[in-house]
Design a protein around this ligand. Structure first.
Ligand code: UDX
Length: 437
């Protein structure tokens, strides 16, 4: 079986490498020629554990190729996946579908045989229909399908190979039958591990993706608010999370409190979902509130640091550990650090930051006054306060008394609850964490 994927970004590259690993012949194309050139030389533009090896193995075995043109890539394919970006449109928060429509039109023009055009990019409900209206007049042999991805950065390969479910949205006609048959064949290796397949309409599949991400975001905003309540009441949010999460109807995952969710999906998708709902006359108030709670939370983290330092950080040196929106990624998109660092700098602090992976991006994204340290310990040296924003494993291993010894001050704001409260206090810290007494 042969497929093409348009867009060698995060989703396209991971999906391409994984489909190739399933034994499918995959041609990956991107309008950015330098990206393709780099991939051909074995350089992977993103940091994702295991991806470099998976790409290299499948390139070596000839299952994954990077042709120059879309026409070359589409030679003999049964399906073309769109994995192009759908960023937030400036001004209104809707998903910007320019790349999706441009790519779809190119595929329709280049297709020489019947094929299924599959959206992997996250697209608002109704996009599949619009794609049909766009491509069918150009090429009546094209059918449109929706196959949303649920990959987590840092765990994307495992998530692709062992998904909780595969969602396949297709047209309710002969075209759709053909598409469903093609996609089922593509995912056949997953039948061995009994992965449930949710076969549904285009509209339903599109909503599943947004509803899943919004629900998870809502869970996080919920536990973050409960964490504040726990602090005020002298309770422990981790025990609350465990106590409620053991109820199978609630589930234990995504109840870890922190400085607010970030990343390339939750902020963008919750916003687009809320906007679509308003347009359809059915506002999603819980999603709107989830967004507002999360935005406010990031701002509040900076205020907490300032409060922990007695209300004035002017001239103080503050070490920030972790910039990425979560560990095991170099991604800082919508990370809490993008709000916290500027707020601390604006309040007059001098900020010194360290992150194990995202320092390259970081240099362009933070206030010009930000200093970058080569290690956690170097960042902490002579700092008046420390703020932990990302729970990288290497931070967990730092012994509290060593942390205390290199620092000048004694304020430690642990916004991921990485450290043991008692040990930090024993080491002499004024220790602030999230939702613990
Ligand atoms: C998410 C979804 O999990 C994935 O299914 C979807 O396809 C894309 O968006 P990702 O953004 O890679 O994946 O990261 P995820 O691990 O879900 O974390 C998202 C954010 O939520 C991070 O900022 C993380 O720190 C935060 N989070 C997550 C919490 O604050 N608490 C939790 O309990 C879980």
């Amino acid at each position: 079986m042969k497929i093409a994927i348009l867009g060698a970004g995060y989703v396209g590259l991971v999906s391409g490498a994984c489909f190739a690993e399933f034994g499918v012949q995959v041609a990956l194309v991107d309008k950015d020629a330098s990206k393709i050139a780099a991939l051909r030389e074995g350089r992977i533009p993103i940091y994702e554990p295991g991806l470099d090896k998976l790409v290299a193995d499948n390139v070596r075995d000839g299952r994954l190729t990077f042709p120059d043109t879309l026409e070359d890539a589409m030679e003999g394919v049964e399906a073309v996946f769109l994995a192009v970006g759908t960023p937030s449109r400036r001004g209104d928060g809707h998903a910007d579908l320019t790349y999706v429509f441009t790519a779809a039109e190119q595929v329709a023009r280049a297709a020489t045989r019947p094929l299924t055009l599959v959206t992997k990019s996250t697209v608002p409900v109704g996009t599949g229909r619009r794609l049909i209206e766009l491509v069918r007049p150009i090429n009546p042999d094209i059918t449109v399908a929706s196959n949303p991805e649920f990959l987590r950065e840092g765990a994307a390969i495992g998530d692709f190979m062992r998904p909780d479910r595969v969602v396949l949205g297709t047209e309710d006609n002969e075209h759709g039958q053909r598409a469903l048959e093609t996609l089922r064949r593509l995912y056949r290796p997953l039948y061995l591990i009994e992965t449930p397949i949710v076969a549904t309409s285009l509209e339903t599949a599109e909503i599943i993706k947004y509803a899943a991400n919004s629900f998870l975001a809502m869970k996080i905003s919920f536990i973050n608010e409960v964490a504040d309540l726990c602090e005020a009441a002298g309770a422990d949010v981790h025990d609350v999370a465990r106590g409620i999460g053991l109820d199978g109807r609630i589930g234990r995952k995504f109840l870890h409190p922190g400085p607010g969710y970030g990343g390339s999906c939750f902020p963008k998708d919750t916003l687009a979902f809320a906007r679509t709902a308003v347009d359809l006359g059915t506002p999603l108030r819980l999603v709107e509130t989830t967004i507002a709670v999360n935005d406010a939370r990031k701002e509040d983290m900076a205020r907490r640091v300032i409060a922990a330092m007695g209300g004035d950080v002017r001239g103080k040196r503050i070490a920030v550990l972790g910039l990425a929106f979560k560990p095991e990624t170099d991604d800082i998109r919508d990370a809490p650090s993008l709000v916290v660092l500027p707020a601390l700098a604006a309040a007059g602090a001098s900020v010194v930051a360290y992150d194990p992976q995202s320092m390259g991006f970081a240099r362009q994204a933070y206030p010009a006054s930000t200093e970058f340290a080569p290690s956690a310990m170097a960042a902490l040296a002579d700092a008046d306060a420390a703020v932990l924003l990302t729970e990288w494993n290497e931070f967990r291993a730092l012994p509290p008394d060593r942390l205390k010894a290199v620092m000048r001050g004694d304020v430690f704001c642990d916004f991921r609850n990485v450290y043991d409260r008692k040990s930090m206090i024993e080491a002499g810290f004024k220790y602030t964490s999230i939702g613990r007494p």
